[in-house]
Design a binder for this molecule. Structure first.
Ligand SMILES: Nc1nc2c(ncn2[C@@H]2O[C@H](COP(=O)(O)OP(=O)(O)O)[C@@H](O)[C@H]2O)c(=O)[nH]1
Ligand SMILES: [Mg+2]
Length: 232
């Protein structure tokens, strides 16, 4: 099945080229979604797109959070002919070598495959205690409030069959940070799609800096109970 990886970037100058070339060893297209990074990431993306025919770039003017970036990216990919649409961070926390396993899960029948840190075989590496607690605690909290069996609700390494994204009302999704990940998976479950967790080991970035903020965590905490009572 034809697959496109959506790669959102904000100041990923040190990581982008290496990531794009690593993805090029797998049979995927890549759409870089850059929110006007001041560090020149957008120009690197343009140079790669000119050189490599599997690469495209979507430039957005302002940093609006990963949720808005992904929705713009999904709309672009759905206008083409890819059957599978992937989400992935550009900082090597998600291993490009795991991409074929997510794709294989969808080819074998999953509608949405989640790279999961919290199923047997998965885990995190070199994250401090605080980040581990926020991440695991966030997934635990969301699982309890939403009443779902998914172990990793906040992860951002995913593979969607296009019908999932075509069914979800993307314009109605307002979540910007981790809440976006929780919301898309929860809505997919509510629509009756088959969601499967695939174990991955998440490694903390060594280049560049995280864009995680208190606002992103707070948004997720408030959004979860709202989703429980309002999402279709
Ligand atoms: N286009 C875009 N990408 C973003 C934005 N915020 C984060 N990213 C990208 O999303 C991915 C994950 O972000 P990161 O800061 O590593 O979050 P963390 O892994 O939770 O610490 C990276 O590829 C970032 O460059 C944004 O507002 N717009
Ligand atoms: Mg990261």
């Amino acid at each position: 099945m034809k697959a496109t990886v959506c790669l959102p970037t904000y100041n990923e100058r040190e990581n982008l080229e290496k990531m794009v070339r690593a993805l090029g060893t797998h049979d995927v297209d890549v759409l870089v979604i850059d929110d006007g990074s001041p560090d020149g990431t957008g120009e690197i993306a343009d140079r790669l797109a000119a050189e490599l025919d599997y690469v495209q770039v979507l430039h957005r003017l302002h940093k609006e959070g990963i949720g808005r970036a992904y929705i713009a990216g999904f709309e672009r990919v759905l206008a083409g002919d890819s059957e599978l649409v992937l989400e992935m961070d550009c900082d090597f926390s998600h291993d490009p070598a795991d991409v074929p396993r997510l794709i294989a899960a969808c080819e074998a029948g999953a509608d949405l495959a989640l790279g999961s840190r919290y199923v047997p075989g998965g885990g995190t590496r070199n994250w401090g205690l605080v980040r581990r607690l926020i991440s695991w605690g966030g997934s635990f909290y969301a699982r309890m409030v939403l009443g779902v069996r998914i172990r990793d609700l906040t992860g951002g390494f995913k593979c969607f069959r296009r019908r999932v994204l075509e069914t979800l009302d993307l314009d109605a999704i307002e979540s910007k940070g981790y809440a976006f990940q929780i919301e898309t998976t929860y809505r997919a479950l509510r629509e009756g799609f088959r969601v499967q967790e695939i174990p991955i080991v998440f490694v903390d970035r060594t280049e560049g800096t995280s864009k995680m903020s208190r606002a992103i965590v707070l948004e997720a905490m408030l959004k979860v109970p709202l989703l429980r009572f309002t999402a279709r």
